[in-house]
Design a protein. Structure first.
Length: 263
């Protein structure tokens, strides 16, 4: 069993080690990988759930994610209650278990063969992903589905916004949620793009390296996955500054900020 733990604890935060210990208590033979997303970024969480879950990888795979801003109810919380745990089964057999908050399930909701709540306490600890959720996730990983609750209608989960920053990689490339098939431009068309408060000229390209050094490309990137309807695979647009850093050019925008073509 390969477990991918996606959470917003912070890069290098010992919380990852604490949660890993609880998961490996129940699944001692598992291999575990961790991925840190920005604080409260359900968009980045959902993006990586799809990118890792819908693309090739080990057959025996569990994606366990926790990004729970507790924004489902603005009132004071009783006993640290938060958003509930949810289970999805992807077409390739990959299991996803995590808190249903914001966009965490938005990218996969139309792909899921099964989508259920999980009957586990929504309260009881400020650190639910360590103290409450791991036994349920481990049981589902072992194909024990006795904790599954109500079926979730995908319509209850928000749609993925198609105009946002999804991720910034280590090279400063900006991965967006804009589907490539929605961009109707000829290659080498010059465009102006706003990301957050930053604006820059760019060149539309059908391949990021088909631009000169120092040019900002707006092109289909390396992220995407099979289409839910079996059609053409989804490719997501990316901003790529060849020989430079697109993120810095736009003033270091945060994940979830808007991306727009101007004019």
């Amino acid at each position: 069993m390969f477990i991918c733990l996606i959470a917003d604890y912070g890069t290098g935060d010992p919380a990852f080690a604490e949660v890993a210990q609880r998961l490996l208590m129940a699944l001692p033979q598992a291999q575990l990988n961790v991925l840190s997303v920005p604080p409260f970024s359900t968009l980045a969480t959902g993006f990586w759930v799809a990118q890792l879950g819908l693309n090739p990888g080990p057959e025996e795979r569990l994606i366990y994610h926790n990004c729970a801003p507790r924004q489902d109810n603005p009132e004071a919380r009783r006993d640290n209650e938060g958003e509930g745990l949810t289970y999805a089964l992807l077409p390739n057999g990959i299991k996803v278990v995590g808190v249903n908050a914001g966009f965490t399930f938005s990218f996969i909701k139309d792909h899921a063969k099964v989508l259920h709540t999980v009957k586990v306490s929504r309260a009881g600890s400020q650190f639910r992903s360590r103290d409450v959720f791991p036994p349920a996730a481990a049981a589902i990983a072992r194909d024990d589905l006795s904790l599954l609750g109500d079926i979730l209608d995908p319509g209850q989960i928000p749609d993925t916004p198609q105009d946002r920053v999804a991720w910034v990689d280590g090279y400063g490339n900006i991965k967006t949620t804009i589907p490539a098939h929605t961009v109707d431009l000829e290659p080498e068309t010059k465009v102006a793009i706003r990301v957050g408060d930053g604006v820059s000229d760019a060149v539309y390209s059908d391949g990021s390296f088909r631009v000169p050094e120092g040019t900002l490309a707006f092109a289909p990137g390396s992220s995407g996955w099979p289409a839910a309807d079996g059609g053409e695979p989804l490719r997501l647009m990316e901003l790529f500054l060849r020989g430079g850093n697109a993120w810095e050019r736009f003033g270091k925008p945060r994940v979830n900020q808007r991306v727009a073509l101007i004019g």
